[in-house]
Ligand binder design. Structure first.
Ligand code: FES
Length: 57
């Protein structure tokens, strides 16, 4: 599923970075993936993907 339509970033890409790079918030996520600086609509969903990935581990 696409989280960021502007950059074509999926929930799987976000979950992978959270698991493999120890990303825990949006600021850290954006050091690895380009998302959120066009329309910004994806930020809330990206945060939810980060949170649920951390909880799942
Ligand atoms: Fe991510 Fe627009 S959907 S910046």
């Amino acid at each position: 599923m696409y989280v960021c339509m502007c950059y074509g970033i999926t929930d799987k890409s976000i979950a992978s970075v959270v698991k493999n790079q120890g990303v825990g918030n949006i600021r850290e996520l954006r050091q690895h993936l380009e998302l959120g600086d066009q329309c910004g609509k994806c930020i809330q969903m990206a945060q939810e993907v980060i949170d649920s990935t951390i909880i799942d581990d």
